[in-house]
Structures are given as structure tokens and as C-alpha cells.
Design a protein around this ligand. Structure first.
Ligand SMILES: [Mn+2]
Length: 591
């Protein structure tokens, strides 16, 4: 609370009525590094989506439905109201509650909000509400004064991805991107695009191998300036990047952008900060709005990348099978809970020499906790795993090795004790949807929103559904949530060969249990040139004890038997004797 009081004192100093604090840092990634977790520092909120307005009179917190309960418990006492987006949001709240005749000034840091978000703010109906960019970040001002201590950015070394892993040199990529530009320059503001383009990775985020930085492509010269903390780039890496890539510190970017006067620069307003947008505008740069040109080619993996991803899934499948064998053997004798099984799974994955990191925090939710879609166990919520109920386990890893570089994300639901008839029925409905999507063949141009129903139709037939998308894109040793592809009620991006995507229908009964079956698939050319289909990448058995075989049709049984036979073939040779016996039973043919 004292931090909020200190911030309120600063409002008076800067003559503001309120100050807006977003979750994002200046790189707009899904995960935010420690030194930029301002919302968490200020409020104690640990979720991954949220923002707040600290006002002299009222203070408001907003987040989405996933974090409703968490926000209430973590920040409920600090704020007058918690808004759950998209139904309620800060703009609506301001319009309904601020009706002063005088100007109401809300300060913000223009580096931390996108131009698109600023435009939404500026379109607010009540024109007495003014959004004012403040160059000093007010949360940092609190964070940098004793007794608080803002963490210092770690100088994590970046590293190169060999062409044998990336399938294409960065020189080729730069040439192709330059070719595609609609302007003389392109400002890349997403670290994922910069890292993809230059075939580099970094260690700036715990689960995503990003080097945080920006890029400026020069179309004519087919060259790139990389703006980052150059202390993170070794002499060797700098040499590898060669003469087409110039390294500069972030502080130099502002001066360089001003020099682009009268030149045309392509940017994407939804991931370019209001700060840089404004700077370009003031410098008389011709701004051209376009989607980030790297995102689509990054999403469509080449054959080399797909081969690496396939192998990464075999390593991951081995770790999962070893874990399932261990779980099966220890469930009755050891005291297991959500936290210690997540640790055990991480320990097993780490045994592989090419393990790099987890790709997100493991979700291990037993019984009622499994029904919380983005659950993460902590000391208070941690449930013992015993009795009869379902264990939902969603986890993944990053692997980096000569032949097995890739990102995994897999969910299995496991029966602990004896499952109920109802649990088996719902699990089988989810499985039928999973198989229908895995088996789908579709004409080129089809998008995720057209396929989404395949995964839901069996649940819908019984008036059931799940409140999340069916699939998200996944990067190649990159972000576990990658755009623009996805399978959901809304995603309009046509699926293309090489896209990696999750297939993860589920069913959740609040207060009782959760079910989700998640595999990653890659889009590939079908025999007929006009059609596409999926190849399933994930290699982990699906719990046979949860299947109501009577409601599977012949083609569904065939899919499951083939899937399990493939796992047995690829994973078996990499297990010890006891684990082999377990896997043989777990992948036995159903009739
Ligand atoms: Mn997933």
C-alpha cells in the first residue's frame, strides 16, 4: 500500500489526476523480465495480463476472466474496483464514472503502450479526460527510491542459431524481407521478429529464448541495424552477424529514427510504442502501416526447422513417458502433490543434455484445480494427489541441439484412482474432437475459425463447450504462443504448410475436475496439391483408462491405435526395461 501512496504523491507533483500502469514493457512480449515487472512491483499481482489506473480519488484494476479470482485475492484490497475485460474495461469505466467539468489528466509512459492502444484512449467519448505522456516512468521513480530496489538487467549473452538448425541464413532472410517491404525502411519492434530474422536467440526471458531488442531494415542496402544492449553480443557473434548487421545500443535508436526525415518507414501500430510512433511523426517520416513482415514467414517453418521440432518432440516424449512410469509407481506409496510432481517432471526433462528451459510454468491441477484453465499451483492452492480424480498436466520445454531444436507444449489428463462414468464420457468427447481435428483435411485458404468446430462438435451435441481457443501457434525454439495462426472461433489467418499449432480441446467442471488433451501438429501438404492436413508432433500416450471405447467409431480407434503404435516405435528404444513395460501397456491396441 505504501508504494501506491508514494505514487499518489507523485501524481500531485506532476499535476495529474491518475496514472496508468500496464503489464507490458517496451518490447510487448507475453512475458516481462524481472526489471520491468512494474505492475507486479506496485500491486503484487503476478498474473500475465492486467493493468491499473492509480487515481487521487479512485484506483481501478483491470484483467481478463482467467485472472478474476487471483486479482481479487492479490489486489482486491488496494483497488476500488476490479474490471474484467473485455466485458468491462477502463475506458468504459472512465466514461461512466468521471464526469468532471474540468480536465481530468491521466499520465502514462508512452514507451509502454502501443500506438493502437493510445488511439483507443484518445477516442474516449468524454473529451475532458486527457491522456498525457510523462517522460519519467512514475513507477520507476518509486521503485528506485529506498527501501525499494529495482533489479538490474542481467547481461545475458545472446547466441547464434546455426544454418543447419535454422534452414536458412540470416543474409537470405534479410534479402527476402527487404524485397517484401512496402517502404524504404521497416522498424521491427518485436524481439521475436528481430531474433528470427538474424538467426539469434537470447536469455532475457525465463521461458522464451529472446534477446530483447529492435531492428531497422534498410530495403535498399539489404541490411539491418540491431538495437539492443550490445554488452550481450560477444565479439564472435558480432563477427558471425557480419557486415550486413550493425550493432547499436538502444539509446542510439532515437537519434537514428530522427535522421529518417522524409524517408518512408513501415511499422505495425499494434506493436509499436506510442513513443516511437510520435517520434517518427514529429521527425516528418512517411509512416506506412503494415503487419510485421517477419511474422508470417517465421510461422511457416521450413523443412530443417520441422525436422528439429519433430526430434524435440521425441526427446520430450521420452521425458513424459519416464515421468508417467514414475508417477504410476509412486502414486500409492509417496506423498505426491501438484508442486512436487511438476518439479519431478522438470528434473526428468533436464536430464536431456539439449534441454534449454521450460517453455512456460507447468500447470499441474488435480481435481477442482484442473478446472481452472490457467492454474498455477502455489503453497496455498497445492493439492495432494490421492483418491479418485483427474490430474491435468500441461507442460513444455525448449530444446536446443544440433538435430533437435524446438519448442514443445503438451497436456495430458490422467486418471488417479478410478474415474467416474461421467469423467470417462467427457474425456472421450474431448478425445473425439481432438481426433476429428488431427484427422482434418482442408482446402488451401481455410482458416482456424473454420476448423474450430471440428474439435467442439461432440461436446456441443451434449450442450457442453470450453472457454478457450482450440489451438495457438508455437514457434521454433521460440515463443510457445506464436501468431498469426490459431484455431479458435475468431482466427482468420489461412493455415499454411509449415505452421505449428496446438490441438487442445478440453472440458472443465468448475469445483470438480478439468480435462484437456493437447498435442502440437504441423500443417503439411496433402497428396492432392490443393489440400492441406496435419501431422501430429507430440509423442505421449493418451490415458486408455479414461476412454469410453463404446462411443469411439472405427476411424477414431484407428487414429488412436496408429498414434500409440508410432509412440511405441519411436519412444520405446529410448526407455529402460521397466519403463518399456509401462509404455507397452499404455499404448496397447484397443478393439
Ligand atoms: Mn498450449
Amino acid at each position: 500500500l505504501d508504494k501506491i501512496i508514494k505514487l499518489k504523491n507523485l501524481l500531485k507533483k506532476y499535476k495529474l489526476d491518475g496514472y496508468f500502469v500496464p503489464m507490458a514493457d517496451e518490447f510487448f512480449c507475453e512475458y516481462v523480465p524481472e526489471q520491468s515487472r512494474r505492475l507486479e512491483f506496485l500491486t503484487g499481482f503476478t498474473g500475465s495480463a492486467g493493468s491499473c489506473l492509480v487515481g487521487l480519488k479512485n484506483s481501478i484494476f483491470e484483467t481478463d476472466g482467467r485472472y478474476e479470482l487471483q486479482a481479487q485475492s492479490q489486489v482486491g484490497s488496494l483497488f476500488d474496483k476490479i474490471l474484467i475485460t473485455p466485458k468491462n474495461n477502463l475506458i468504459n469505466w472512465l466514461e461512466q464514472n468521471i464526469n468532471t467539468k474540468s480536465v481530468f489528466k491521466i499520465g502514462f509512459d508512452a514507451k509502454l503502450i502501443s500506438q493502437k492502444q493510445l488511439e483507443k484512449f484518445e477516442n474516449i467519448a468524454n473529451k475532458n479526460i486527457k491522456f498525457v505522456a510523462i517522460s519519467q516512468n512514475l513507477v520507476d521513480e518509486v521503485w528506485q527510491t529506498k527501501p525499494h530496489q529495482k533489479p538490474i538487467e542481467k547481461l545475458n549473452q545472446a547466441f547464434a542459431i546455426d544454418t543447419k538448425i535454422a534452414g536458412k541464413t540470416h543474409i537470405q532472410k534479410i534479402a527476402e524481407m527487404s524485397e517484401s517491404l512496402q517502404a524504404e525502411y521497416c522498424l521491427l519492434t518485436l524481439p521475436e521478429s528481430v531474433c528470427w530474422l538474424l538467426n539469434i536467440r537470447g536469455r532475457d526471458l525465463p521461458h522464451t529464448p529472446f534477446l530483447l531488442g529492435y531492428g531497422l531494415i534498410n530495403k535498399k542496402n539489404k541490411s539491418v541495424i540491431l538495437y539492443t544492449n550490445t554488452k550481450k553480443i560477444s565479439a564472435g557473434l558480432s563477427k558471425k552477424l557480419g557486415k550486413n548487421v550493425e550493432l547499436k545500443n538502444l539509446e542510439e535508436m532515437e537519434r537514428d529514427l530522427k535522421k529518417l526525415k522524409n524517408k518512408s518507414v513501415q511499422i505495425c501500430p499494434s506493436n509499436t510504442s506510442a513513443y516511437f510512433y510520435n517520434l517518427l511523426q514529429k521527425s516528418n517520416v512517411k509512416i506506412i502501416h503494415a503487419a510485421d513482415p517477419c511474422l508470417l514467414p517465421k510461422a511457416c517453418k521450413n523443412t530443417t526447422e520441422i525436422n528439429g521440432i519433430r526430434q524435440a518432440h521425441i526427446i520430450d516424449g521420452v521425458a513424459l513417458c519416464k515421468f508417467f512410469y514414475w508417477l504410476n509407481n509412486n502414486i500409492k506409496t509417496k506423498k505426491l502433490d501438484e508442486l512436487n510432481i511438476a518439479d519431478k517432471l522438470e528434473e526428468i526433462r533436464k536430464n536431456n543434455k539439449d534441454f534449454f528451459s521450460l517453455s512456460f510454468d507447468t500447470i499441474a491441477g488435480f481435481g477442482a484445480n484442473g478446472a481452472i484453465i490457467h492454474y498455477r499451483a502455489d503453497k496455498n492452492s497445492n493439492k495432494k494427489i490421492s483418491g479418485n480424480n483427474l490430474l491435468l498436466l500441461d507442460s513444455g520445454a525448449q530444446y536446443f541441439g544440433a538435430n533437435n531444436t524446438g519448442t514443445t507444449d503438451v497436456t495430458r489428463t490422467i486418471a488417479i484412482g478410478k474415474p467416474s462414468t461421467e469423467q470417462k464420457r467427457n474425456f472421450t468427447l474431448v478425445l473425439k474432437g481432438h481426433i476429428a481435428l488431427a484427422n482434418a483435411k482442408f482446402i488451401k485458404g481455410t482458416n482456424g475459425s473454420q476448423l474450430d468446430v471440428l474439435a467442439r462438435k461432440f461436446l456441443w451435441a451434449e450442450d457442453k463447450d470450453y472457454a478457450h481457443g482450440t489451438g495457438h501457434g508455437v514457434g521454433h525454439f521460440f515463443n510457445v504462443h506464436e501468431g498469426p495462426q490459431g484455431i479458435s472461433k475468431y482466427n482468420q489467418t489461412p493455415l499454411q504448410a509449415g505452421m505449428v499449432i496446438s490441438n487442445e480441446p478440453g472440458f472443465y467442471k468448475a469445483g470438480e475436475y478439468g480435462i484437456r488433451i493437447e498435442n502440437l501438429v504441423v500443417v503439411k501438404q496433402s497428396k492432392n496439391d490443393n489440400f492441406l492436413e496435419f501431422e501430429t508432433l507430440t509423442k505421449a500416450p493418451i490415458d486408455l483408462s479414461l476412454i469410453d471405447i463404446a462411443i469411439l467409431d472405427k476411424s477414431e480407434k484407428t487414429w488412436l491405435n496408429n498414434y500409440h503404435a508410432q509412440i511405441a516405435k519411436e519412444i520405446m528404444p529410448l526407455l529402460n526395461k521397466n519403463e518399456k513395460a509401462w509404455l507397452k501397456n499404455a499404448t496397447k491396441k484397443i478393439l
